[in-house]
Design a binder for this molecule. Structure first.
Ligand code: NAD
Length: 256
């Protein structure tokens, strides 16, 4: 049902972003993949999606820590009907040891990039009379964990941005929502396992079950396909009145 629409997915050469791009392409949308690198593998991912689904797919290098690059990505996409703000990084440390440069990078990539891309994309959505902005927040957009000050602040911030853009576009055929995933086993999560093992002096298995999935009652990771499917739903007519809100995909995770 998304034939003729163009979706721009930030941070989509891996993990959830790539999963969302694949599901949107399966639903017929042309897709623009992005990350800060510019390798043959990056471009090959776009070619593979085009091959498998028959949609137009391309890869645009742009660094989501830089405001100019965020805006250039939207221009280079040549139209953006569906904007998925997904690029994100993580750093785990107690606040007194948290490197200031990491704080700045997390706020820039996980929060400010969504402001810049949305600001650049919304006028075109208005002109074409349809738009979907989907922010990949996190369960940490709704609740907190120790040692993740920048991440939790950025994710709460993007939930606030989502509510505001939902209001600004409420009387137009544009919606803005946030998806709040619990734990999904992607490279980002994988990279947290060694540090957490050290921190709690636990085995890999115990870290997964008792730390990561401690607050995920289903005791299962969510999958990138499930998150892609949620994005496809938010792009459907059924979701036309769903705006300015969050959808949790977290196995029944914390509601406080
Ligand atoms: P990932 O590391 O696999 O993917 C992150 C993506 O962001 C990659 O494509 C990476 O290249 C890109 N990226 C990083 N810095 C960038 C930059 N400066 N410019 C452009 N792209 C950049 O991780 P993921 O788990 O797929 O995370 C994707 C999003 O989902 C993030 O916003 C993350 O916070 C969120 N999230 C993930 C989980 C989880 O359990 N994996 C849970 C909740 C929320």
């Amino acid at each position: 049902h998304l034939t003729g629409k163009t979706a721009v997915i930030t941070g989509s050469n891996s993990g959830i972003g790539l999963g969302v791009a694949r599901e949107l392409a399966k639903a017929g949308a042309n897709v623009v993949l992005n990350s800060y690198t510019d390798t043959p593998e990056d471009h090959a991912l776009a070619a593979e999606i085009a091959d498998v689904t028959g949609v137009d797919a391309k890869y645009v290098q742009a660094d989501m820590s830089k405001s100019d690059d965020c805006r250039r990505l939207i221009v280079a996409a040549g139209g953006c009907d569906i904007l998925v703000n997904n690029a994100g990084i993580q750093h785990v440390a107690p606040v007194e040891e948290f490197p200031a440069a990491k704080w700045d990078a997390i706020i820039a990539i996980n929060l400010s990039s969504a402001f810049h891309t949305a600001a650049a994309a919304v006028t075109g959505m208005r002109e074409r009379g349809w738009g979907r902005i989907i922010n990949i927040a996190s369960a940490h957009g709704l609740t907190a964990s120790p040692y993740k000050s920048a991440y939790v602040a950025a994710k709460h911030g993007i939930v606030g941005l989502t509510k505001t853009l939902g209001l600004e576009t409420a009387q137009e055929p544009i919606t803005c929502n946030a998806i709040c995933p619990g734990y999904v086993l992607t490279p980002l999560v994988e990279s947290q396992i060694p540090d957490t093992m050290k921190e709690y002096d636990m085995s890999r298995e115990d870290v997964i079950k008792n730390v990561m999935l401690e607050r995920q009652p289903s005791k299962e990771f969510a999958t990138v396909e499930q998150l892609g499917g949620t994005a496809v739903y938010l792009c459907s007519d059924a979701a036309a009145q769903v705006t300015g809100t969050t959808i949790s995909v977290d196995g029944g995770g914390p509601r406080f």
